[in-house]
Design a protein around this ligand. Sequence first.
Ligand code: TMP
Length: 208
Amino acid sequence: MKSKGLFIVFEGVDGCGKSTQAVKLAKFLEDSTGRKVIKTAEPYNLRELILGRKDLSKMSELLLFLADRAEHVEKIIKPNLEAGNFVICERYEDSTRAYQTGGHGVDSFIVEHLINDCCFPLPDVKILLDLSPEIAFERVKARNNQNDKFEAEGLELIKKVSDYYRNFLAGFIRIFCDNLNEDEVFQRIITGLFLSAGAGYSNGRYSS
Ligand code: TMP
């Protein structure tokens, strides 16, 4: 029987270091398992449309993120998991919960309902890079990305999103990053993965 892949998701506020850690983890898994590792991110295909339009209603924004995910799941995530590859994804369903409900105030019942109705594959492992909003905001300011309307909303949005991740979402390997350098964060991710696999977190899907 063909083995299934492993689906790992990174979550956290803008500026928390997801991209850096996703690259490191992809390399580590490739080197240590020999399996094919796909590194991907959301928003996937509709990035310019969603992030560039400041006039979108909150509801259309939510629906566009879900439409974007449908493309992403169909074209990248599902085929690779079915082929037995590892998929590392920056942002997934918890970003929709944290940003659209926590950040933009869309009713959590509606968000949950729509997410559940989509029946997208669930991650095997979710890693939350928990960084204080003030530190995250300094990093976001430094990169000065004019094309991202979320980053332009500044510290206020980051605080709301961070609060939502911390208080309303669960099931993560959670790394508190404030006083750690890149390598220390990575070490904790590896330890977290090791412990969660041992605890059956990945539901046996790690083995081929
Ligand atoms: P990025 O900066 O990580 O590339 O993500 C772009 C922005 O999109 C980020 O500020 C978070 C936001 N976002 C949502 O609001 N909802 C979602 O479902 C996703 C995937 C991203």
